[in-house]
Design a protein around this ligand. Structure first.
Ligand code: SAM
Length: 226
């Protein structure tokens, strides 16, 4: 009987020894790939990625790979999540806006780091799925269905903004909704390839633009995007 139970399909919400071990190996892999921010690594060591992934891919949840989440969208590769989060320099209680909630994984990492999170998703099915998952996990985030390329004006200004889809240009609405000294992390480019950008809003309202590594995201679709 014990053997039978052992071989049964594991409940999605169980954090098994195998999950914990795989997560530790993933964190080591992220360190080897150049992620140095211990707060980012600690948060990613806590978030159970298998909860944000389709059951068909559960056994691969801690591979450093993107996976389909439905509606033609993906959960970002853990390295991408770690890289963008590291660039945000998250401080506890930072008011952060995320564009592209998707599976909620990136949002969960930011919540584990103590952010006050606002996140927008344009696909209703993904929005609802993540809203339900967050309620189950008692994650407190402000989630909204809509076009995130316009930002979230009624909640602005934000300390930090993170865009998790590839934009053809930097939406000026997002720059406007940043605090002075605030940081916007956004991949910008064509549909095949985008360059990650750090954009810092200076005291006089102008911006410092820092282009970084190349990535490939699903497109940011909206009024101020594609
Ligand atoms: N942060 C997500 C995660 O952790 O799973 C990444 C999801 S995926 C790479 C990007 C998401 O951006 C998709 O769910 C897509 O529907 C969403 N998206 C694209 N354009 C958008 C827009 N204008 N407003 C809000 N969400 C958008």
């Amino acid at each position: 009987m014990a053997v039978f139970l052992y071989n049964c399909e594991v409940d999605k919400f169980t954090d098994t020894y195998k999950d914990k071990g795989a997560r530790r190996l993933l964190i080591r892999e992220l360190q080897n790939k150049g992620i140095v921010d211990s707060k980012v690594l600690e948060a990613m060591g806590k978030v159970q990625r298998h909860l944000f992934i389709h059951n068909d891919f559960r056994h691969l949840a801690y591979e450093d790979k993107a996976f389909p989440i439905g509606e033609g969208q993906t959960i970002s590769q853990p390295f991408t999540v770690a890289y963008q989060t590291q660039l945000l320099h998250v401080e506890p209680n930072d008011k952060i806006l995320e564009i592209g909630t998707g599976s909620g994984y990136q949002a969960a990492v930011l919540l584990e780091m103590g952010a006050t999170l606002f996140s927008i998703e344009r696909q209703e099915k993904l929005y609802l799925k993540t809203k339900n998952l967050f309620a189950k996990l008692s994650y407190k985030a402000n989630l909204k269905l809509g076009d995130g390329s316009n930002g979230w004006e009624s909640e602005a200004p934000f300390d930090k903004i993170i865009v998790t889809a590839g934009a053809p240009k930097v939406p000026q609405s997002l720059v406007k909704q940043l605090k002075i000294g605030g940081i916007l992390i956004i991949p910008v480019g064509d549909e095949e390839n985008q360059i990650m950008h750090t954009i810092i809003k200076k005291t006089d309202g102008s911006v410092e633009v820092i282009p970084l590594k190349s990535f490939r995201f699903v497109p940011l679709i909206g009024k101020q995007a594609w």
